[in-house]
Design a protein around this ligand. Structure first.
Ligand code: FAD
Length: 655
């Protein structure tokens, strides 16, 4: 089953969007600015919660565009995609529709850190997202550029607090009002594009930057601290000009694993998937980088770029004398282009051509579009609450690259959560939070709002303390029920499926633990089972399943009547059994953190006059970040264990 009707053709989409523009009202519950990965999830989530929502974006045709790499997921990022899907977001299903090469990364390690990933067909991805948005009830999509954010002056009863009231578009004099606005302008805020020695204003190749009015409101009127970051993209290469025989062939998984819990299959059949190829740089590449340094403005700037997705210039300069991996990835089923992952560069186009031709597989390669860099403003995310609302501006939410993150998955995850909370705000529902004990989305948001960013933030499994519990396989059990019962962003179809899965898994585990085996009697019936001792003992099937060499299928062959009804969950049951002892061990630590998360710190607390022993430095940090709970305070950089104990005493005395 692939739960997606065919996306609507472009002619129908453009008709729908023109009709939407015509029907656009003057007043909405939620306005989302930007149709990138954060904005699309935000708009869809707000509408699912029940808010009348408007998505305004510069070009409807670029909604769902993959600005850089044509891929989704990976280690840590795949977990985010599964969680967005568990909350009924779009990107997982879009990945299943558009994927053309599926792999589970990290398969040699435990399933908790497996990284579901897919190479995507750019066009199919965009079509899916556009079609989904244009047919979402309560959601209007409008093409336009937001020039100004409308905010009230600070409320005299709440000094320093503003309230958002709407937006003004470049081509309309009338404002559009809303209770909440979600800003997801990506790399477009004061965006500047770099190639060689040229610099031009832009948010992405072919797209203008966000208007200066938006930056002005954020910085000057709301007093938000901003910073500057950079990123870049490689040249796109003409496929026919590449000698793929000179690169190493990498095949996808034989059986593609869908991202979405609603899908049993991906759109692309196993045999239709395309391969990737791996090659490496040569000393010639390093030579060209060094020769072109004086012609490369972007690399000379001291803004921070993505450490884990660096340009070829940064890689060569940081690790001279080494060869670096370059993946040659397909851009689509019928695309004539290849995406050379690892060759992001900003030197002049003629030098880019010289550089790629230093790689044997690319000796005769032609460049279709040169690589370029982008520098942009971000808003320091410690100024946001865990609901991603700007602390000093009621109803204003930020999500995606504007918060200093990098990557589609990080943007999608924040977008969904900001959209949900913007809808809650507009509909006078309480804000909702996700803890780092229950999700990677919680880890991402907690890291951003407590620690802030000094370089583009991306997700890794190592950021999640409880990764053995936060696995890709169980994101539905962790989030779908909460998403339906507490948050209201999950369809009844998905909710029913999650309840069915939860109940079946519980029944299956009960059955496994009720079935006992005498090891002597069953030893021969479980081929491959090698008990270390020859003693006869009684064990439950559930205990046996924890052993590496015992599979659910082996047990089901012994107890077909009791276990075969659960065959569809064989892999999930095996993973549950293997991780049970670890998860049991973590339970106490999770409960401690959850207790601390429940101890709230008032947002108007005067940390400088708090009658507890805290250093001036700690008071300044607490005053600047204003953590919402004791748990968040403990994770702030610069907060000492002694300060936490003293704060705890204060919270106990006042809570
Ligand atoms: P975006 O996807 O950028 O979407 C922003 C949207 O807002 C756009 O649709 C834009 O039209 C719209 N918009 C902006 N201003 C306005 C306005 N005033 N009014 C209306 N609409 C507006 N990620 C990586 O992980 N690794 C990389 O190496 C990498 N390299 C990149 C290289 C380049 C050149 C670019 C441009 C991006 C790169 N990315 C990379 C980043 C990746 O594209 C983003 O992380 C991701 O797209 C962020 O999603 P977003 O929704 O925050 O913003």
């Amino acid at each position: 089953m692939l739960t997606k009707k065919r996306p609507l053709p472009w002619s129908v989409l453009s008709l729908l969007s023109r009709r939407a523009a015509h029907l656009a009202r003057q007043q909405y519950d939620v306005i989302v600015v930007g149709g990138g990965h954060a904005g699309t999830e935000a708009a869809a989530a707000a509408a699912r919660v029940g808010a009348e929502t408007l998505l305004v974006t510069q070009k409807i045709q670029t909604i769902g565009a993959l600005s850089c790499n044509p891929s989704l997921g990976g280690v840590g990022k795949g977990q985010l995609v599964k969680e967005v899907d568990a909350l009924d977001g779009l990107c997982g299903r879009a990945g299943d529709w558009a994927g053309i090469h599926f792999t589970i990364l990290n398969r040699k390690k435990g399933p908790a850190v497996w990284g579901p990933r897919a190479q995507l067909d750019r066009q199919r991805y965009r079509e899916f997202i556009q079609s989904e948005l244009l047919s979402t009830p309560r959601l209007t999509v409008l093409e336009g550029s937001v020039e100004e954010l409308l905010v009230t002056e600070p409320n005299p009863e709440e000094p320093g607090h503003h309230r958002v009231t709407g937006i003004r578009l470049a081509n309309r004099s009338q404002p559009i009002t809303a209770s909440s606005v979600v800003l997801t302008t990506g790399t477009f805020l004061s965006g500047a594009l770099f190639m060689g020695q040229t610099m031009s204003p832009g948010g992405r190749f072919g797209d203008a930057p966000s208007s200066a009015g938006l930056s002005h409101t954020l910085r000057e009127r709301l007093g938000l601290r901003t910073g500057r970051l950079r990123t870049g993209t490689p040249p796109r290469i003409v496929k026919d000009s590449v000698d793929l025989c000179q690169a190493e062939l990498h095949l996808p998984d034989t059986h593609p694993t869908p991202f979405s819990f609603l899908n049993k299959h991906t759109r692309c059949k196993p045999e239709e998937q395309l391969p990737c190829h791996l090659t490496t740089t040569t000393p010639g590449v390093e030579r060209v980088v060094k020769e072109s340094l004086h012609l490369n403005c972007h690399i000379q700037q001291d803004t921070k770029g993505p450490r884990y997705c660096p340009s070829i210039e940064s890689r060569v300069l940081r690790f001279p004398g080494r060869s670096h991996q370059v993946w040659l990835e397909p851009e689509g089923l019928t695309s004539d282009l290849l995406y050379p992952q690892g060759l992001s560069m900003t030197m002049p186009p003629d030098m880019q051509l010289r550089l790629i031709r230093e790689i044997p597989a690319l000796r005769r390669a032609e460049i279709h579009t040169p690589g370029y860099g982008v520098q942009y403003d971000f808003v320091c995310p410690t100024q946001l609450s865990p609901a991603l609302q700007v602390k000093n501006t009621q109803g204003l939410f930020l999500a995606g690259q504007i918060n200093g993150t990098t990557g589609y998955e990080e943007a999608a995850a924040q977008g969904l959560w900001a959209g949900v909370n913007a809808a809650h705000w507009a509909l006078s529902l309480p804000p909702v939070a996700l803890s780092r004990t229950e999700s990677y989305i919680g880890v991402l948001i907690d890291d951003l709002v407590c620690r802030g960013v000094t370089e583009p933030y991306r997700m890794f499994t190592s950021r999640a303390e409880f990764r053995t519990s936060l696995r890709p396989d169980n994101a539905d059990l962790r989030l779908t029920l909460k998403g339906s019962e507490e948050v209201g962003c999950v369809s009844s179809l998905r909710y029913r499926e999650a309840v069915r899965v939860r109940d079946s898994l519980q029944d299956a585990l009960a059955a496994l633990h009720a079935l006992t085996l005498s090891t002597n009697k069953w030893r021969n019936k479980l081929p491959g089972l090698q008990m270390s001792e020859n003693k006869n003992t009684l064990v439950t099937a559930g205990e046996l399943l924890q052993y590496n060499h015992v599979s659910f299928e082996m047990l089901a062959s012994v107890f077909p009547e009791s276990l075969s009804p659960y065959a569809e969950f064989s892999q999930r049951l095996k993973i549950e059994a293997v991780y049970k002892p670890y998860c049991d061990m973590q339970k106490k630590e999770i409960e401690r953190i959850q207790r601390e998360e429940n101890m709230s710190l008032p947002q108007d607390l005067d940390y400088f006059s708090l009658p507890v022993s805290l250093s001036q430095e700690v008071r300044e940090i607490l005053d600047r970040v204003r953590p919402s709970t004791l748990g968040s305070a403990t994770r702030l950089q610069g907060i000492t264990p002694a300060a936490v104990v003293n704060l705890l005493r204060y919270v106990h005395a006042t809570n």
